[in-house]
Design a protein around this ligand. Sequence first.
Ligand code: FE2
Length: 284
Amino acid sequence: MALDQTQIDAWERDGFLAVPGAVPLEQCEALMARAGEIVDAFDPETVSIFSTHEQTRTSDDYFLASGDTISCFFEEGAFDDEGNLLGDKALSINKIGHAMHDLDPVFDRFSRQPVLADAARSIGLADPLLLQSMYIFKSPRIGGEVSCHQDSAFLYTDPMTVVGFWVALQDATIENGCLWAQPGGHRTPLRQRFVRSPGGGTAFEALDATPWPEPGGPELVPIEAEAGTLVLLHGLLPHWSDVNRSSRSRHAYTVHVIDGTARYPDENWLQRSPSLPLRGFDAA
Ligand code: FE2
């Protein structure tokens, strides 16, 4: 299912595009079941708390090694001061990342559905390579905010090519923390890059002082999405999602795709081992 010209025009104008009904609900349910199995098997001793507010602190070895693993990251409020898990493990996970699309057969199939491959071709990716996958839980009441950012800051290429393929596995609404984006914001400069520091760890490198659109302000619009909706996000598009204050979870899955014709820098936080080269949309 290639995108039609109206959709391509909207993508070029806005820097994002929602395609309702792109992924069958059975596939969404299969992915949710598989994510549940991964969390069940996960031992919380190997902890990394994930928060975009304190990215530097949380960028420990577990995080830096996760580019070619299947790793679970907890919500910030999941533990008490002594490090004891406060609630149910499955409801305390922020996300799973970052290579399920290459290491897990269920995620591999989901990530390489023809609908995603066709969309990649439609928006002009010449040599699409699946770089990163994230399963985001956004659990009721604990699911954290993701502060306003551009994906190219984290997954930079030269020239910039990253596109987010985000799939709503459950209905995403304003109440349960849907995405918000700035229409046309993909024409604003890259503000910063998230890089590996020469001395270890990571850092944000400032590039441009253009202010972020204000959460709750007029520049950001909500992208409410029913389960099965595919949302494409340009790498320079400022986007944000709020805390989930509702009683309903908001599971989503995202794959970030880059163009193999662009240079991938050594200083990017995400580095894959040579034994796990990036692959495109074709089945193995
Ligand atoms: Fe993002």
